[in-house]
Write a protein that binds this ligand. Structure first.
Ligand code: ADP
Length: 263
């Protein structure tokens, strides 16, 4: 814990000199670590009380109990707020896991088509109220070396966002294919879109474009921060093309290893 951490920067100085800057970042690093641990511990501790509250709410709402309309409304509000908190706690736990450096040994060949087909089934449930037309074009033979749980979080966040930020009966296109030496994942929607002034802030923790709109969708503002960390672990790049009111396309490019470049 008392390790010394030095940040080194090599810069061109004038035309024929190089400047080497060394900065002691040990304290910043330790504070970051404390913040991460604190968030992870609090989130973990919140899980049990939330489960208990949910259990009692479900018990009261069970079919044997006929509630006064006023109480029924109160309990359904408690239930939806508990669901929101539950999601926030889960996202905080995922974020504190992916914020730490990835262990290369955790990486293995991941069957991405299988993973995506599973996520498409889950999307079916998320899409029940929206009735979007969701299409997928998946290269069934294209796998990737990576951390399966992290990749699943990244893809599912992008799919869930496309569903949430597109008004009912929209169009969502998901694709997974090889483009030159890269694997490309993309989710395209014809929804709300994002203005150019907000694009660069999207992956910040708790950033939401329109707070009231995002609150209605149950958003936490953590999804794209998770995506950013996962992509760092996989040496991948995110590119976002979006037009306010027209729709968005979130694209991830993964470098393929030479042995994966067979087709
Ligand atoms: P949230 O949990 O609020 O969805 P995210 O980090 O996943 O958090 O996204 C941050 C914000 O970016 C969202 O609140 C939303 O305003 C905007 N956003 C993300 N995806 C889309 C999308 N496909 N279309 C429009 N806006 C989006």
């Amino acid at each position: 814990n008392n390790e010394l951490r030095i940040e080194l920067r090599l810069m061109a100085y004038g035309t024929d000199q190089i400047l080497l800057l060394a900065r002691d970042v040990s304290k910043i690093f330790r504070l970051e670590e404390m913040r991460r641990d604190f968030v992870a511990n609090v989130s973990h501790e919140l899980k049990t009380p939330l489960t208990v509250v949910r259990g009692y709410v479900e018990m009261v709402q069970s079919t044997e109990n006929v509630l006064d309309p006023q109480w029924s409304k109160a309990f359904s509000t408690i239930e939806s707020q508990v669901t929101r908190m539950d999601r926030l706690v889960q996202q905080l736990l995922v974020l504190s896991r992916v914020e730490i450096q990835a262990d290369e040994e955790d990486k293995q060949s991941v069957n991405i088509p299988k993973l995506l087909n599973g996520l498409l089934e889950d999307a079916h449930w998320l899409n029940q109220d929206k009735q979007h037309q969701i299409t997928a074009d998946i290269d069934e033979s294209l796998n990737l070396n990576g951390i399966e749980s992290e990749l699943k979080s990244a893809f599912s966040n992008l799919i869930a966002n496309a569903i949430a930020y597109t008004p009912a009966n929209g169009k969502i296109e998901i694709s997974w294919k090889q483009v030159d030496a890269k694997a490309k994942f993309s989710v395209k929607d014809n929804g709300a879109g994002i203005g150019p002034e907000d694009l660069h802030r999207l992956t910040e923790r708790f950033f939401r474009v329109d707070k009231s709109r995002s609150r209605d969708t149950g958003g936490s503002g953590l999804g794209l921060a998770i995506v950013k960390h996962v992509l760092n672990h996989h040496n991948a790049k995110l590119s976002i093309n979006s037009q306010l009111g027209e729709g968005s396309e979130f694209v991830i490019f993964f470098e393929l290893k030479p042995q994966q470049l067979c087709n």
